[in-house]
Design a protein around this ligand. Structure first.
Ligand SMILES: NC(=O)c1ccc[n+]([C@@H]2O[C@H](COP(=O)([O-])OP(=O)(O)OC[C@H]3O[C@@H](n4cnc5c(N)ncnc54)[C@H](O)[C@@H]3O)[C@@H](O)[C@H]2O)c1
Length: 267
């Protein structure tokens, strides 16, 4: 009996230790990691032992982020809508770190406007970044990961599921991200690639993207308000870490909401 307790305590201890370095030896490329969710995910992954490629069009904030990460970080200038940039980003990752284990397709833009206000130009621009960028991210991730396996994490939004009339082009682009994720997961399963592809569906997150809504409004902090429609970037980053880690090895093609029941409460 004592022996059993002793060994289960030991197991728990070892488990705790394993959880501390869940990302040991993993190299993760995160798009949009110069800000918000991507930046928080880069830090959380490095805290767990990963090395990360901070891939962003914003060179200033991207390099500053990498400075904070130290040797575990590498900045790569990447416009996710540009195929040549993807080729270069993957090549630079291999040259610097020697391998790649996961791609987090996080970069995106949030233009507002309902269907009557949205011009064809705005629509195409949004789709070209949010949808085309994720398409290219998945395509190049599969090419890089198919030999050894790995993880792809795509960032969608509750806008992909709920109406959100003021976010016409954004909603459609995130719907494309969610549908593409299912397609990629099924493709990788059929080919036996051991590449998992999952979508995160955040509600509101307090980042620069949504600052116009939450800044100056303390009521929107979840720490103070349990009904807040906004979480912190780390709340999403924690799920990114889990979906990149081997702990989620059998989770594939899933859509995981981080929205404090926003969607289910709509009824
Ligand atoms: N903030 C929210 O409330 C919220 C809610 C749901 C989903 N999301 C999604 O989460 C993801 C991260 O959003 P965030 O809130 O951290 O935004 P953010 O604006 O803080 O960061 C977005 C980052 O993406 C980069 N980026 C934009 N266009 C790019 C391009 N073409 N190529 C490369 N990088 C580009 C920006 O430079 C920036 O660093 C996005 O996909 C967003 O749609 C955010």
């Amino acid at each position: 009996m004592n022996l059993r307790i002793h060994s289960s305590q030991k197991q728990l201890k070892n488990k705790g230790r394993a959880l501390k370095n869940r990302m040991q030896d993993k190299v993760v490329l995160i798009t949009g990691a110069a800000s918000g969710v991507g930046q928080a995910a880069a830090q959380a992954l490095v805290d767990q032992g990963a090395r990360v490629v901070v891939a962003d069009i914003d060179e200033h904030n991207g390099r500053e982020t990498v400075q904070r990460l130290g040797e575990a970080g590498l900045f790569v200038r990447l416009n996710i809508a540009d195929e040549y940039d993807w080729e270069q980003a993957v090549a630079v990752t291999y040259a610097h770190f020697g391998h790649l284990d996961a791609v987090v397709n996080n970069a995106g833009i949030l233009p507002t406007g309902d269907i009557e206000q949205t011009s064809l130009q705005d629509w195409r621009r949004t789709l070209s970044i949010n949808a085309d960028g994720t398409f290219l991210g998945c395509k190049y991730a599969i090419q890089a990961l198919r030999e050894k396996g790995g993880a792809i994490v795509n960032l969608a939004s509750t806008a992909a599921v709920a109406g959100h009339p003021g976010m016409c082009a954004y909603s459609a682009s995130k719907g494309a991200v969610a549908a593409l994720t299912r397609n990629v997961a099924a493709h990788c399963l059929n080919h036996g690639y051991r590449i998992r592809c999952n979508t995160i569906i955040p509600g509101g997150v307090r980042t620069p993207m949504t600052a116009a809504i939450w800044s100056g409004n303390d009521d929107l902090s979840f720490a103070d308000n349990p009904k807040s429609p906004f979480c912190e970037p780390l709340d999403i980053a924690n799920l990114i870490v889990f979906l990149v880690s081997d702990e989620s090895r059998y989770i594939n093609g899933a859509e995981m909401r981080v929205d404090n029941a926003f969607l289910v409460a709509l009824g």
